[in-house]
Design a protein around this ligand. Structure first.
Ligand code: GDP
Length: 699
């Protein structure tokens, strides 16, 4: 009948993959039977291969959804587990092993699982059928079986033997049908026996007349009847013969030798071949009667899916591939946008800020902590002083300061500063949308960008250090650079002044006003002097003799809480710093410092600033060549080679589905597509069914 079963089996698996709801279910044959009733033997006889798990304790623990696909144009026979992605399995003992593993994966404490195993078998020798093998009915609860196991299995069976499924009740001929749990279960859901087929196994174990009586079905009538089989291999197995073939021979031998009971005139159904064709007939007519309902149900679901797709996505289709490509393009674009922050002027400004800090450190070390610093300001203010006549002391100072600055590891520090900036940028991209949905890709992104950086950092910092080398020996400052250095030094000092002032204000507020602060500062100063005295005495070997004296000091220490004493110390530092800054700002703004680079000894800040500027300029240039250019060139290429081209089809889909928005979109789109296909198949089936029944030959 125009491959109805085959088409609808296709529709069935399509619908199962998008929906587990009963409304969309097409009938399947559910095999039930107690343990050792010969259930596995029957299934294997239908398939023609041994493939089910064996062993005394090896009951089926999960339902097996077995789809048989008849492939007339090929000799090849193979199985597939679509959920496992193992590909074609041509060796049936491999299928057996896989099923055993899947069964054993169910924890013994659970005993059975509701989750079905999807197995498809393609062969020219199988009919188009779907069979569901359920865990066998267990009669005797053994010690290690949980109490509830029997109930659990019964519950599972009941779920599967509901309409419109066909029940294949397997009973052994040598067990009274009245005791058959399979028939009992089927009667519960199908009391009239309208959709139950009985299979009587082990016909060879009872006398033929008794077997024939059972098959006639007079005692427990079933609308679809009983089929008797013998599935036990008889005789010795020859080298090249399959067990299935032997079983088949055994069966035909048995029924052949009892023709008087089972022959043509008896009207009884016997043999595996009869069982197969009976199953095909029954499934087909059941499919045909379900067709109308399923066609309507699919149509309704399809209309809903189409409506949702229109409303939610305006019919816009996406694919996992396009999502991945767009994501990578967006990543590159985003990165490019950010690289604006890494143009030369920006880098130069960043490096200059770092060098400003270094300049301040050098000044602090060499000038501000020097008691003679005041003298230097006085010299700068005196118009009679000629730079060339200034004491050698100040010349040495300037040389020391310049070398401290140029040898402070500018190459490494500036390279790391820029590399850190890049790292922060990448980290922020990796943690933002959409990479927050793709943790593994984000991890890789971070990994390879850090790797590019690691590779370049050493080279770059050496190169920068090399290029600033000349300044370590000699730094010439022309008058334009001098003036620029002066302006910058003034700015720097003004900023520093502001910072100190606000810090002082903050401390003053914290300790309770400026009067209290000056009291505190006075106190801390005496404390420090005393401390110095004590140190000096200890240095001179004079032991502290007056214990009370020491006690009075430590008592004194508690006049202010320790936190305030600390504030006091900071305040003293700030105000010292402020007075020196004030002094030096005046010098920087004086005629002397304005005059030009010949006054470098008297205005060291300007000189150091001008040198820092040169260092920043040179560093920025080489960092640009050695680090940034390389990084900007390599990064997009690494995205392609490590994030994009690395992915196979499955990984692309996985990646896309990590994003919940995309997943929902893909799900609905897939649902709509499958329903469209299912709908067109079912509609075609309905048409040809109508044609079939209305054609003159059918009548
Ligand atoms: P299951 O537990 O219901 O799957 O039953 P099996 O198919 O494993 O069969 C149980 C036992 O009965 C096995 O030892 C089979 O060899 C044997 N058996 C199955 N079918 C027949 C048959 O038709 N005749 C005889 N004599 N033994 C059979």
């Amino acid at each position: 009948l125009m491959h109805l079963t085959r088409k609808l089996i296709e529709v069935r698996s399509m619908l199962l993959s998008i929906d587990q709801s009963d409304a969309l279910k097409l009938p399947s044959i559910v095999v039930i039977g107690s343990q050792s009733s010969g259930k596995s033997s029957v299934l294997e006889a239908i398939v023609g291969h041994e493939f089910l798990p064996k062993g005394s304790n090896m009951v089926t623990r999960r339902p097996i959804e077995l789809t048989l696909i008849h492939t007339p144009d090929t000799q090849e026979e193979y199985g597939e587990f679509p959920a496992l992605g193992l590909g074609r399995i041509t060796d049936f003992s491999n299928i057996q092993r896989t099923l055993t593993d899947l069964n054993l994966a169910v924890p013994a404490s659970d005993a059975v699982s509701n989750e079905p195993i999807d197995l498809r078998i393609y062969s020219p020798r199988v009919p188009d059928l779907t069979l569901i093998d359920l865990p066998g009915y267990i009669q005797i609860a053994s010690m290690d079986q949980p109490e509830s196991l029997k109930e659990k299995i019964a519950g599972l069976c009941e779920k599967y033997i509901r309409e419109p499924n066909i029940v294949l009740a397997v009973c052994a001929a040598d067990v009274d049908l009245a005791n058959s749990p399979a028939l009992r279960a089927s009667r519960k859901v199908d009391p009239l026996g309208l959709r139950t087929i009985g299979v009587i196994t082990k016909m060879d174990l009872v006398p033929p007349e008794q077997g024939a009586t059972i098959l006639s079905g007079n005692r427990y009538p079933l609308h679809l009847g009983y089929v008797g089989v013998v599935c036990k291999p008889s005789g010795k197995k020859a080298r090249n013969e399959s067990t299935a073939l032997l079983a088949r021979n055994g069966e035909s031998d048995y029924f052949g030798s009892h023709r008087e009971h089972f022959g043509g005139g008896s009207n009884l159904m016997v043999g595996t071949d009869t069982l197969r064709s009976r199953l095909m007939e029954v499934l087909e007519s059941s499919m045909a009667s379900s067709l109308h309902g399923i066609t309507n149900a699919v149509q309704l679901e399809l209309e809903e899916a189409q409506y949702q797709f229109k409303v939610q996505y305006n019919d816009r289709r996406i694919s996992a591939e396009s999502y991945v490509a767009e994501t990578m393009d967006a990543l590159k674009a985003r990165f490019k946008e950010f690289t604006v922050q890494f143009r030369k002027p920006q880098i130069r400004a960043k490096l200059k800020a770092m060098l400003d800090d270094k300049v301040l450190n050098v000044l602090e070390q060499l000038y501000w902590s020097d008691k003679r610093a005041v003298e230097l300001s006085a010299l700068a203010a005196d118009p009679k002083v000629k730079p060339e006549n200034v004491e050698a002391y100040w010349k040495y100072k300037l040389d020391a300061a310049s070398s401290l600055l140029t040898k402070s590891g500018v190459g490494r520090d500036s390279t790391l500063l820029v590399a850190d900036g890049l790292r922060t940028l990448i980290d922020s991209i990796a943690s933002g949308e959409p990479f927050n949905f793709h943790p593994r890709a984000a991890e890789r992104l971070i990994q390879f960008s850090h790797m590019i950086l690691r590779e370049r950092i050493g080279i770059t910092s050496d190169q920068v250090e090399n290029c600033i080398k000349p300044y370590k020996y000699e730094a010439d400052v022309d008058s334009r650079e001098w003036e620029a250095g002066r302006t910058q030094a003034i700015e720097l000092f003004e900023r520093e002044t502001e910072m100190c002032e606000s810090k002082l204000k903050e401390i003053s507020k914290r300790v309770g006003g400026s009067r209290r602060l000056s009291g505190l500062m006075g106190y801390v100063k005496t404390l420090e002097e005393k401390e110095k005295e004590r140190k000096q005495k200890r240095l001179n070997g004079i032991e502290e003799e007056h214990a009370e004296n020491a006690a009075s000091v430590s008592e004194d220490e508690y006049r202010y809480p320790p936190a305030q004493v600390l504030d006091g110390r900071h305040a003293i530092l700030c105000s010292d710093r402020l007075s020196i800054l004030k002094l030096r700002l005046a010098a920087l703004k004086s005629k002397r410092c304005k005059a030009g680079p010949e006054n470098d000894v008297l205005c060291p800040e300007i000189f150091l600033n001008a040198v820092a500027d040169k260092l920043a300029y040179t560093s920025a240039m080489f960092i640009n060549i050695e680090l940034l250019d390389h990084f900007f060139y390599q990064f997009p290429r690494e995205i392609d080679s490590r994030l994009l081209y690395d992915l196979d089809r499955r990984e692309i889909v996985e990646f896309a589905r990590e994003n919940p928005t995309v997943r929902r979109h893909l799900d609905l789109q897939e649902r709509k597509d499958k329903l469209e296909e299912a709908s067109s198949i079912t509609c075609r089936c309905v048409k040809s069914l109508i044609k079939h029944y209305t054609s003159p030959t059918a009548r």
